[in-house]
Ligand binder design. Structure first.
Ligand code: GDP
Ligand code: MG
Length: 291
C-alpha cells in the first residue's frame, strides 16, 4: 500500500531491562505484564500502535538468556524467530551494562536495529552517558542509538519517530482497532500469573503454570472463570494454597480484581491447584499451556 507503513518490531534484551515497561509506555495501555521479577513474559505478546498512515506491531519477547532447560530453549527459539522475521529490532539495555548474547543474535540481521539505552533517569550525571553512546556507536551494528526512560517516559516520542522512519511501506496487517491477537483467556492467564509474582516469594511463581480451563460469559450475574494452577510437587502445592487456603485466597481476590477491571465485568474466579510432575521439561505439556 502506498503511503502506508507497517511492520513487526521486536523488543529484545536481558530480563529486567524494562522491555515490558517500554512496550506499555509506547502502547499507553497495560497489556503485557510488568513485574519486579525477571522472566515474567513467557509469551510473545503482540501489541499494536496505529495511526492514520502506519501500523506498528510490537512483539515483546522473553528475556534473552542461555537456555538451561526445555522451556528456556523454546523461549529462546521464539526470540530468534522474532528477530529474523521482523522488520525492526529494538535492543534494550541499561546504561552501564552490556548484552553479549543479544549482540550475538543480532549481528547478522539486515533489518534496522535501534539501541535503546533505558533507565537514564537513574544516571545522575548525564555526561556519563556520552562515552557510553560513543562505545556502542563504534560497534557499527545499530542504525540508531537513543537514550530513554521507559518509566519516566523520556524520549519515547523520539523513539516512535525513529521507528516510523525505519518502518517499511506495507499492508494493514490487522484490522484497525485490533488491540491484540490474543484472546481474553490469554490475558486472564497473564493476569493470574502476574498476580502470583506479587503474592508468592522467590521461586514459587516460576513453578506455576496457569491454564484457564473455563471462561463463561453469562447474560446475568458474574462471569465464571475456572483456572488450574499446575505445580510440580506436593510441597509447592501446599505453599501455593497456604494454611487453610489463606494464600490462594489472596491470589484469588487479587487476580479477580484485576480481571474484573480488564474485562469490565464482575467475575467468579475459581482457582484449582494441581500437581503435574516435571511439566517444565515436557514439551507437549508446555505447548498445551501455550508457551
Ligand atoms: P523486562 O523484564 O525487560 O520486561 O523489564 P520490566 O519492564 O518488567 O521492568 C523491570 C523493572 O525495571 C521494573 O521494576 C520497572 O519498573 C523498572 N524500569 C523499567 N524501565 C525503567 C526506567 O526507565 N527507569 C527506571 N528507574 N526503572 C525502570
Ligand atoms: Mg517483560
Amino acid at each position: 500500500m502506498k503511503n502506508f507503513k507497517s511492520g513487526y518490531i521486536s523488543i529484545i534484551g536481558k530480563p529486567n531491562v524494562g522491555k515490558s515497561t517500554l512496550l506499555n509506555a509506547i502502547l499507553e495501555f497495560n497489556l503485557s505484564s510488568v513485574s519486579h521479577k525477571p522472566q515474567m513474559t513467557r509469551h510473545r505478546i503482540l501489541g499494536i500502535l496505529e495511526g492514520t498512515d502506519y501500523q506498528m506491531i510490537f512483539i515483546d519477547t522473553p528475556g534473552i538468556l542461555k537456555p538451561r532447560y526445555t522451556l528456556q530453549t523454546i523461549m529462546m527459539n521464539e526470540v530468534k524467530k522474532s528477530v529474523f522475521d521482523n522488520d525492526i529490532t529494538i535492543l534494550v539495555i541499561e546504561p552501564k551494562e552490556s548484552d553479549d548474547i543479544a549482540l550475538a543474535y543480532i549481528k547478522n540481521i539486515k533489518n534496522p536495529i535501534i539501541l535503546c539505552i533505558n533507565k537514564i533517569d537513574k544516571v545522575k550525571e548525564k555526561k556519563e552517558l556520552l562515552p557510553i553512546v560513543e562505545k556502542w556507536n563504534e560497534l557499527n551494528i545499530f542504525n540508531n542509538i537513543i537514550l530513554i526512560s521507559a518509566l519516566k517516559e523520556i524520549n519515547l516520542d523520539e523513539l516512535k519517530t525513529k521507528i516510523l522512519n525505519y518502518l517499511p511501506y506495507g499492508p494493514l496487517y490487522f484490522d484497525k482497532g485490533t488491540v491484540t491477537d490474543r484472546t481474553e483467556r490469554f490475558y486472564i492467564t497473564e493476569i493470574i500469573r502476574e498476580s502470583a509474582y506479587r503474592v508468592y516469594n522467590q521461586e514459587i511463581p516460576y513453578t506455576i503454570a496457569v491454564v484457564v480451563d473455563e471462561y463463561k460469559e453469562r447474560a446475568q450475574g458474574k462471569y465464571y472463570i475456572k483456572a488450574f494452577l499446575y505445580v510440580e510437587q506436593l510441597s509447592q502445592k501446599q505453599i501455593v494454597i497456604g494454611k487453610g487456603g489463606s494464600t490462594i485466597k489472596i491470589l484469588g481476590s487479587f487476580s479477580r480484581e484485576k480481571i474484573e477491571k480488564f474485562i469490565n465485568h464482575k467475575v467468579y474466579l475459581e482457582l484449582i491447584v494441581k500437581i503435574m510432575p516435571k511439566w517444565r521439561k515436557k514439551i507437549d505439556k508446555i505447548q498445551k499451556f501455550g508457551y
